[in-house]
Write a protein that binds this ligand. Structure first.
Ligand code: FES
Length: 153
């Protein structure tokens, strides 16, 4: 097992900040029609030195181990970041200590990046797609090539 895979396995053994955040200020949901995986991220903001910063982040995923491991690392890494700093984080940045995302796993990191961006800027997202639940969204996902698509309730 290479270093990246062992770190993913480690993160998977005890994923951090998993689950819905009842008092969240923002939520972002994206799906990858390529693999059918989905990710939802919740953010809670606070104010520090006159700036809006991320106080807490959590996630829920129907995805592969890499996406869950990156989301776990990302939710810790986001704490204390200003919204502007968070907007500039790439999938690779969000993977943090996991290391360099292998080419076949880049879209897994992009799923996390997409959920974060959707939570930060829901108005930048395409028209909302009405769905009742994340499960419903997964079941209705249609393969349309390689891209990460924002999904809103
Ligand atoms: Fe789909 Fe990793 S295989 S997010």
């Amino acid at each position: 097992m290479d270093d990246f895979e062992s770190k993913v396995s480690e993160a998977m053994a005890a994923p951090q900040n998993q689950g819905e955040m009842a008092d969240a200020d923002a939520v972002g949901t994206v799906g990858s029609p390529e693999c059918g995986d989905m990710m939802r991220m919740w953010l809670k903001f606070t104010e520090k030195d006159g700036k809006k910063v991320i106080d807490r982040a959590s996630f829920q995923a129907f995805g592969c181990q890499t996406a869950i491991a990156v989301a776990s690392v990302a939710t810790k890494l986001l704490q204390g970041k200003t919204t502007e700093e968070a907007r500039h984080l790439s999938a690779q940045d969000l993977a943090g200590d996991l290391g360099t995302l292998p080419p076949m796993k880049i879209h897994c990191g992009q799923l996390v990046e997409g959920a974060l961006r959707n939570a930060l800027d829901p108005t930048d997202s395409p028209a909302p797609k009405p769905q009742n639940s994340l499960i419903g969204e997964i079941q209705s996902a249609k393969p349309q090539g390689i891209r990460i698509v924002p999904i809103t309730d």
